[in-house]
Design a protein around this ligand. Structure first.
Ligand code: GLN
Length: 538
């Protein structure tokens, strides 16, 4: 425990996509492993209120917290690394900052003053940064500032950092600047100039970086580190190399080897202990030394994008390590899948996951995929839209309701087996209005879900507007697709299963959001194990 919360700011220079989120999460892990209660927050300089309204082409996956915030996917990394839930307070956008300032203005709270970026917007940013620190729950708050220094939209955030450093005083804050040290193969050299320039840009706003974390494809020599230190005004021990790693789960140990935690703690005037990473290292060892492998198809419509199904891919890594199996995920585009090529594209798989999604594009391919795996007894996990597709497929091909559909795809279907939730019928606005966040679910004891979780009461996170239409429940259950998990208050069907199948589970919620290194998700663990069994039996 520290007497007052300490703040670490992570800024980015030179280019985007350097992996600030992973560096922040890795540092947080090292601090947590030394007994410091640590959390991470992401400030995003765009004007959307949250990323819930952004499509995956723009923004990758939208991550959902227990309290129903639709957030940046970096929060997923924070939870996976720290095993501590995040909340609405952990992700703040410029849109939200402006919205609260404008709401205050309308309430007359500024008492006739002119409302300006400085001090009103910067004050709001400072408040948002300190909410977590002032909660008393954390010793250290790491605030990751999205974007790259020098961007017009980042300026108020950098100014807020400058002011907070001034307000809180020496020893209470630390600025880490993540930069790129590119290698020019023609010259055969690593170049420090882009870093010098981005540190200078930060200084123009009055912020001096205390630590440089340098992304690089090659080892930084002593000479390069010394040069960076001298030109960027940091101690040489504060020039940290972040070399490309084969897995993000190596980064905490790489940062430990470079002494990132030590320089940070010294700057914050905190004691440095030796971190206990034993559980983490057991996971990394298992992840890197699988005893066998399975191939699982991921059927979605954003499969060409690395970040769209981030949490699903990470959940497979956790579940793979737990089973000591390497999970090869084969991305299959649902839009180009048809009954003619389903055998060719899915026949070799040991398991199939049908992904979440919205809208009509690619859904017939998903339905064809479900039919194939159901008939071939291939382990199947359907998530959210994937579960809804399983219900539609069963209704069409087993119950013979050939026109069965979701009203999301066809409002006039004669068999709306998936229908808009009652609570959604009057909803007009798109942002933040889905059924979001953690809801209770009660499991049937005679089910795969119960076998996986080991208890009957669970809580899982949601993000949807449509649901299983209970008017069809008895019909569908009598035909063999059982509802094995229900919301105890509303009766909303959360899980469907076919008990005669090898492993066939559809869930209305998103298990992937809750899978962490310390707690691999039980459904993913069980699914991967089923895929391995299936492969062994083949
Ligand atoms: N589009 C579906 C719904 O809104 C499924 C959502 C999802 O897969 N997250 O219900």
């Amino acid at each position: 425990m520290t007497s007052n919360p300490k703040y670490i700011f992570v800024t980015g220079g030179v280019t985007s996509s350097l992996g600030k989120g992973i560096i922040a999460a890795s540092l947080a892990k090292l601090l947590q492993a030394q007994g410091y209660r640590t959390t991470i927050q992401k400030l995003d300089p765009y004007i959307n209120i949250d990323p819930g309204t952004l499509n995956p082409y723009e923004h990758g996956e939208c991550y959902v917290t227990d309290d129903g915030a639709e957030t940046d996917l970096d929060l997923g990394h924070y939870e996976r690394f720290l095993n501590v839930p995040t909340s609405q307070a952990n992700n703040v956008t410029t849109g939200r900052i402006y919205q609260s300032v404008i709401d205050k203005e309308r309430r007359g709270e500024f008492l006739g003053k002119t409302v300006q970026v400085i001090p009103h917007i910067t004050d709001e940013i400072k408040n948002r940064i300190q909410i977590l620190g002032n909660s008393g729950d954390y010793d250290i708050v790491i605030t990751e500032i999205g974007g790259t220094v020098g961007d017009i939209e980042s300026l108020p955030y950098v100014e807020a950092v400058r002011q907070l450093e001034w307000d809180l005083g020496e020893g209470n804050t630390c600025v880490i600047h993540l930069t790129l040290v590119p290698y020019l193969s023609a010259a055969g050299e690593l170049k420090t100039k882009p870093t010098q320039h981005s540190v200078k840009t930060l200084m123009e706003s009055g912020v001096q970086a205390d630590i440089l974390v340098c992304r690089t494809e090659h080892e930084l020599s002593h000479g390069i580190k010394n040069k960076l230190a001298r030109f960027c005004n940091v101690k040489e021990e504060a020039v940290i190399q972040s070399i490309d790693a084969s897995t993000i789960y190596d980064v905490p140990n790489l940062m430990l080897d470079e002494g990132l935690d030590k320089v940070v703690l010294k700057k914050l005037k905190l004691k440095s202990n030796s971190p206990d990473l034993s559980q983490w290292n057991t996971f990394v060892k298992r992840h890197k030394n699988p005893k066998s492998e399975v191939t699982i198809g991921l059927i979605g419509k954003y499969v060409e994008l690395q970040d769209s199904y981030k949490s699903i891919l990470e959940a497979f890594i956790h579940a793979g390590a737990e089973n000591e199996v390497k999970v090869n995920v084969e991305s299959i585009h649902s839009e180009f899948l048809s009954p003619n090529d389903v055998e060719e594209k899915l026949g070799h798989l040991n398991g199939v996951l049908v992904a979440p999604g919205f809208g009509e594009r690619g859904i017939e391919g998903k339905i064809d995929a479900v039919r194939y795996v159901r008939e071939k007894n291939i382990p199947f996990l359907g998530i959210c839209l994937g579960m809804q597709m399983a219900v539609i497929e069963y209704s069409r091909n087993v119950l013979g309701l050939t026109d069965a559909n979701s009203t999301e795809m066809n409002e006039n279907t004669s068999h709306p087996v998936i229908d808009l939730m009652e609570s959604q019928k009057d909803v007009i606005n798109k942002g933040g209005t889905m059924r979001l966040g953690s809801w209770d679910c009660k499991l049937e004891s005679d089910s795969l879900a119960y076998e996986s979780y080991g208890h009957t009461e669970i809580k899982e996170r949601h993000r949807h507007r449509y649901e299983f239409n209970n008017d069809y429940k008895s019909q569908i259950e009598d035909a063999g697709l059982k509802a094995t998990g229900l919301n105890p208050d509303t009766g909303l069907v959360e899980i469907v299963e076919i008990s005669t199948h090898n492993w066939f589970v559809g869930v209305q919620y998103h298990p992937e959001y809750k899978s962490t290194v310390a707690n691999p998700h039980p459904l993913f663990v069980s699914f991967v194990s089923a895929a391995l069994d299936y492969k062994t039996k083949q």
